[in-house]
Design a protein around this ligand. Structure first.
Ligand code: CUA
Length: 189
C-alpha cells in the first residue's frame, strides 16, 4: 500500500519545472529590457560609451608635454574660457589650491603620476577618477565666488585621508586682472 502523505514524484517534478520556467522567463525579460534600454539611450539620446580617450605617459609627466610644472594651474584661453591643469600623486594635488573665476566656463584636465586617485569638488557635481596613463577632462561653470574643498575620494594608499586640495572661486574681473600678469594662476601661497 502506498503512503498517502508521501509526495508524488511526478507532481514534484512538474512543480519544479513550472518554477524554473518562471525564473527563466523573468531572467530573459530582465536581459531584454536592459538591452532595450541601452539601444534606446544610444539611438534616442546619443549616449555612447566614452570614445574620445586621451592617453599620456605618467613616467614623463614632469619632463615634457602638457603637464610640466610650469604649465599647471589656471590659464585663460583665447576664447575667454579657463583651462585648469592638475596632477594627482600620492598624496597631494599639484597645485594644492586651484584658482578659478566665477561665471566662466572652466575645463579641468587632470591626470595621475602614480595610482588611481579621485577628483571631487564639494558642493558641485564634479566627481571623477584620475587614472595614470589617461587625461580626465570635465567642464563646469561656478556661479559665484566661494571656497570649495577638493578631497581625493578614491583609496590610493596609506596617506589617502590626507590628500586634499582647495578650489577658490573669485570674481571674474579680479581673476582676469591677475591673469594679465601671470601665464598660469593658482592660489598656492
Ligand atoms: Cu589620492 Cu586617495
Amino acid at each position: 500500500m502506498s503512503n498517502p502523505t508521501a509526495p508524488d514524484p511526478h507532481e514534484s517534478a512538474a512543480v519544479a519545472e513550472r518554477i524554473e520556467r518562471r525564473w527563466a522567463i523573468l531572467v530573459c525579460a530582465l536581459v531584454a529590457s536592459t538591452v532595450a534600454m541601452v539601444i534606446y539611450t544610444g539611438v534616442h539620446w546619443s549616449m555612447m560609451p566614452p570614445s574620445r580617450v586621451e592617453t599620456i605617459r605618467p613616467e614623463t609627466l614632469h619632463v615634457q608635454g602638457e603637464f610640466i610644472e610650469s604649465n599647471l594651474g589656471s590659464a585663460v584661453e583665447p576664447d575667454g574660457t579657463v583651462t585648469v591643469r592638475v596632477i594627482a600623486q600620492q598624496y597631494s594635488f599639484t597645485p594644492q589650491c586651484l584658482l578659478v573665476p566665477a561665471d566662466t566656463p572652466i575645463t579641468f584636465r587632470a591626470t595621475s603620476a602614480d595610482v588611481v586617485h579621485g577628483f571631487l569638488v564639494t558642493d558641485t557635481n564634479i566627481n571623477s577618477m584620475v587614472e595614470p596613463g589617461y587625461i580626465s577632462t570635465f567642464k563646469t561653470t561656478f556661479s559665484a565666488p566661494a571656497d570649495h574643498l577638493m578631497p581625493c575620494h578614491e583609496y590610493c594608499g596609506t596617506g589617502h585621508q590626507g590628500m586634499w586640495a582647495h578650489v577658490k572661486v573669485i570674481d571674474r574681473a579680479d581673476f582676469l586682472q591677475m591673469a594679465a600678469h601671470s601665464r598660469r594662476l593658482s592660489c598656492v601661497k
